[in-house]
Each structure stands twice: as structure tokens, then as C-alpha cells.
Ligand binder design. Structure first.
Ligand code: 5AD
Ligand code: SF4
Length: 480
């Protein structure tokens, strides 16, 4: 018998990809917690497991904040939890497979604890084929909600507890900017700060513009207030987050852009500022000059290239050529002292020829990145690239992937070796469990540094002399 899903708010990827000219609504108070739920939460525990990118991490912190505001406390392991939420990622097939594996694993918990509430949210739930599969095959799931309505968690939770039915609420809309939701951060030194949501670039391989709505910026004063608060709480570092931070402000029409925001955030004197992710298309001189001119804007840029071949870039809808990318890359390298630059590369885009792949390999040799995240193309339902003809075998794609990794690693090691003998600033995050004299943290240029030092340095920015370089880490000794 056909299931009747008409009572649910089901996802619709096609609708999610539409964009109108309407301006963004700003909502300053949107969390409603029913009294009955506060009663239920007493003595009960929650756990949120987050997959995927930093934006999702930050959403996970909001979910934690909402649970705490209701009155739940954090469970230290899954067996202890009365509510478990999986906050999912849809960027590639393997990210989705991991989540389906996890849903299967959690089945046994439900068998042991009949009152356990099990929810799934995040980018995967914005996809109709995922929601249909869960409703058909995974009856242990109680709540499904998307990226646009995490503020509705309290009412959805209460509904699921009271009705004992699966509750589905997914909106396929462009999205608002919702301020002032509670947050429980996972770290007390480094904080994620959303500066914008969504994406309007529609790269042909990418699901994000469909799962996260349109590009919409937070107002500068709201961002600055959050950064000032974090500074007062003792945070040493903020990372400004957006799918494409360089487009910041364009939708607001308030006369400021990402370069202006960087400068204002720098003036708060928070010790360290990072940002991610950048799209080469929107990156301009003002932004580069800001990174150069302010000591607390860290010399580190993640600048996804995706491919070094112009024909592939065009079919990816990336809006730049290799030459124009190179110009930007070289400007950043030459203007910002000690900068490190990393990238994302996709191999095996539909129909990629050996010659086109070689252009990517050549680009990586020529640009010499500090590091790169490399991915094999994964078709995403509903995106234009998923409909393109692909005659390249997975075996060939894997073989290209390995050749690319060799080049990336060679350059990573080369850059790291340049640090030997230099003294760098490190924000000390912690020490090795086995040896409290071995500390670790990241340098200004975002290199992971393990070093001999004083355990009282945890939480501080200290000077470390680098003595050894590996492909992924540096080693050294604290000098101050
Ligand atoms: N297949 C493989 N990699 C992808 N990425 C985005 N979509 C896909 C896809 N369908 C990669 C891009 C992006 C990074 C976050 O993930 O390189 O920059
Ligand atoms: Fe995807 Fe492109 Fe948006 Fe990045 S900028 S999330 S690659 S569509």
C-alpha cells in the first residue's frame, strides 16, 4: 500500500533550488519551549552527533544550546541518552553512507530503551530520497527536521513524545536569518561565528545551495556583538563561517562587504581571526589588504580550486579560469607575509579526460599548496552534474586521486620544511594524554604543531621553535 505522507512537511529539492528577489527576514526571538517539555526534560539526557562541515558543527552547538535551555543535560555516552540527534551532511555519498550505518547501529539502543527518542536533522534530511528511505526502512526514527527549522526542535520533540509517531518537518525555502538562539559551544578557546548562511553559486556538482537555502548575511552589528562577547568570555580565536564568506554583505545592501567586516572584527582585538570558506569569484583586493594589514587576522586562506582545467571549471560552473585563479593566488602569496594557502580539488568530474586531469596535476605543482583536501566526484541527486554523461571508470578516478595525493603531499612537506628553525606563535589547545610535556596547537598559518613545553601554557598563545617537519605536522620546543 502507498504510504500517505500528506500530513508531513516533506522536502522538495527542486523548490529548494529556486531563488526569488525577496529580501531576507531577520528574526530575533524564535525559540518557544512548551512547559510540558520542561517537565519531561527533568533528569533526562541528550546527545547530538554532528557530521560534516563547520557550519554543521555550529548548528550542532545550537542544538546543544536548545537542549540545555529546555532543561536536558548532556549525556557522556549514547547508552545514557534519552534523546539522540544525528546532525547529518549530504556533500558526498560516503558522508551519507556513514549516517545510514549509524542509524542502523542505534537500532539496538531503541530495543533496550523503548522511551528513547531518536531524531535526524541536517542537510541529508533536505533530500526527499533520504527522507523516503528513512520512513520506509528505519522505523526506529522519531523526528526528522531540516536545516531551516532547528529552532522548532522543542515543539517537534514534544509532539514525538506525546504522539509516539514519526514527526517530519522539513522546509524547502530560501531561509531567514534567525538570531539569538541559545548555544552551548564545544570549545572554550576557539569559536565558530556564522557570518552568513546558504549559497547562491550553484556549482553544478554541489548540493549545498539546495540544502541550505539562499545566500543571506547576518548584520554586522550582530556579528560584532557575538565576537565581543566571546572575547569577554576569554575566547582566543574566532572563525567566521559561511559557505562563501567573500559574498558577505552583498545581499544586505547596507554598503559594507567582507573586507569591511574583517577590519571591524579585527578592531575588537580578539587575538585570532580566521574565516572559511572562500570562493575565488568574490575575493577582492580589499580583503587581501585587510588580511595583510591586521596582525590578528591570521595569514591563512582556504581557496578551493576544484580543477585546474578551464573546460571542467566551466562545466562545474565555477566562474573563473585557471589563469584568473592563479592571479588571485599569487596576489595573496605576495602580499600576505607567511601566508599558507590550502585548497579543495575534485577528481573524476563527469567526463574528465586524462589531459584535463593532468591540467589539475600541473596546477597543483605550479601553485604549490600548503595542503589540499582531495575528493573523488560523487553524484548528488538533483544537481546538474549528476545528469552529465560520465564515461570514466571508478578505477581510473581512484588512480588519479592517488597521483594527485602524491603531488599534494610532496608540496605540503616542502612548505612544512621551510618552518624548521623558525619561531612561530601557537595557541596551545592541550597536551598529550601520555606526556603532559608534549603540547599541541595551531600556528598562525594553521599548521598543527606538537611541541615540548610547559603544561601551564594551555589556553595561551606561546612561541615555539620548529625543529622537525612532517607532511601533516610540525614539531618543536617552546621558547617563551
Ligand atoms: N563530489 C565530490 N566532492 C564535492 N565537494 C562538493 N560537492 C562534491 C561532490 N558532489 C567538495 C568540493 C567542496 C568541498 C567542501 O567538497 O571540493 O569545496
Ligand atoms: Fe558548493 Fe560552490 Fe557553494 Fe561551495 S560555493 S558550497 S562548492 S556551490
Amino acid at each position: 500500500m502507498e504510504k500517505d505522507y500528506s500530513k508531513y512537511f516533506m522536502p522538495d529539492l527542486k523548490k529548494a533550488g529556486l531563488r526569488s528577489k525577496s529580501s531576507t527576514e531577520f528574526i530575533y526571538d524564535d525559540l518557544v519551549i512548551p512547559e510540558a517539555l520542561k517537565e519531561i526534560a527533568k533528569g533526562r539526557k541528550y546527545l547530538v552527533r554532528t557530521f560534516g562541515c563547520q557550519a554543521n558543527e555550529r548548528d550542532g552547538e545550537t542544538l546543544n544550546g536548545i537542549f540545555e535551555a529546555i532543561g536536558y543535560t548532556l549525556a557522556s555516552k549514547v547508552d545514557e541518552a534519552d534523546v539522540i540527534i544525528l546532525n547529518t551532511c549530504a556533500i558526498r555519498e560516503n558522508a551519507e553512507q556513514r549516517v545510514f550505518g549509524e542509524i542502523g547501529n542505534l537500532k539496538r539502543l531503541k530495543q533496550n530503551n523503548k522511551d528513547l527518542i531518536f531524531g535526524i536533522c541536517g542537510c541529508m534530511i533536505q533530500e526527499e530520497h533520504v527522507v523516503n528511505k528513512i520512513l520506509d526502512k528505519f522505523h526506529q526514527v522519531d523526528i526528522l527536521f531540516g536545516t531551516h527549522n532547528i529552532q522548532n526542535l522543542p515543539s517537534l520533540l514534544l509532539k514525538a513524545i506525546e504522539s509516539k509517531e514519526t514527526v517530519v518537518e522539513v522546509y524547502s525555502k530560501e531561509g531567514e536569518v534567525i538570531e539569538a538562539l541559545p548555544v552551548r559551544r564545544n570549545d572554550n578557546l576557539k569559536a565558530w561565528v556564522n557570518i552568513m548562511y546558504g549559497c547562491d553559486k550553484f556549482c553544478t556538482y554541489c548540493i549545498v545551495p539546495y540544502t541550505r537555502g539562499k545566500e543571506r548575511s547576518r548584520k554586522m552589528e550582530d556579528i560584532l556583538e557575538e565576537v565581543r562577547e566571546l572575547k569577554n568570555e576569554g575566547y582566543q580565536e574566532v572563525t567566521l563561517l559561511g559557505q562563501n564568506v567573500n559574498a558577505y554583505g552583498k545581499d544586505l545592501n547596507l554598503g559594507y562587504e567582507f573586507g569591511d567586516l574583517l577590519i571591524e572584527v579585527a578592531k575588537t582585538n580578539i587575538p585570532r581571526i580566521r574565516f572559511t570558506t572562500s570562493h575565488p569569484w568574490d575575493f577582492n583586493h580589499k580583503m587581501i589588504d585587510a588580511i595583510r594589514d591586521y596582525d590578528n587576522i591570521m595569514p591563512f586562506v582556504h581557496l578551493p580550486l576544484q580543477s585546474g582545467d578551464d573546460e571542467i571549471l566551466k562545466r562545474m560552473g565555477r566562474r573563473y579560469t585557471y589563469e584568473s585563479y592563479k592571479e588571485l593566488y599569487n596576489e595573496i602569496r605576495s602580499k600576505v607575509k607567511g601566508v599558507s594557502i590550502t585548497t579543495d580539488i575534485i577528481v573524476g568530474f563527469p567526463g574528465e579526460s586524462e589531459e584535463q586531469f593532468l591540467n589539475t596535476l600541473k596546477a597543483c605543482e605550479e601553485l604549490s599548496y600548503d595542503s589540499a583536501y582531495t575528493f573523488i566526484y560523487s553524484p548528488r541527486n538533483g544537481t546538474p552534474a549528476a545528469r552529465m554523461k560520465d564515461d570514466v571508470s571508478l578505477e581510473t578516478k581512484k588512480e588519479r586521486f592517488n597521483r594527485l595525493c602524491d603531488v599534494v603531499l610532496k608540496h605540503a612537506l616542502k612548505h612544512n620544511k621551510e618552518y624548521v628553525g623558525q619561531t612561530v606563535n601557537v595557541l596551545v589547545e592541550g597536551y598529550s594524554k601520555r606526556n603532559k610535556n608534549i603540547l599541541s596547537g595551531y600556528s598562525d598559518s594553521n599548521k598543527l604543531v606538537n611541541f615540548k613545553g610547559d603544561e601551564n601554557s594551555v589556553g595561551k598563545i606561546v612561541k615555539v621553535k620548529i625543529t622537525k617537519a612532517k607532511s601533516f605536522t610540525l614539531e618543536g620546543e617552546q621558547v617563551e
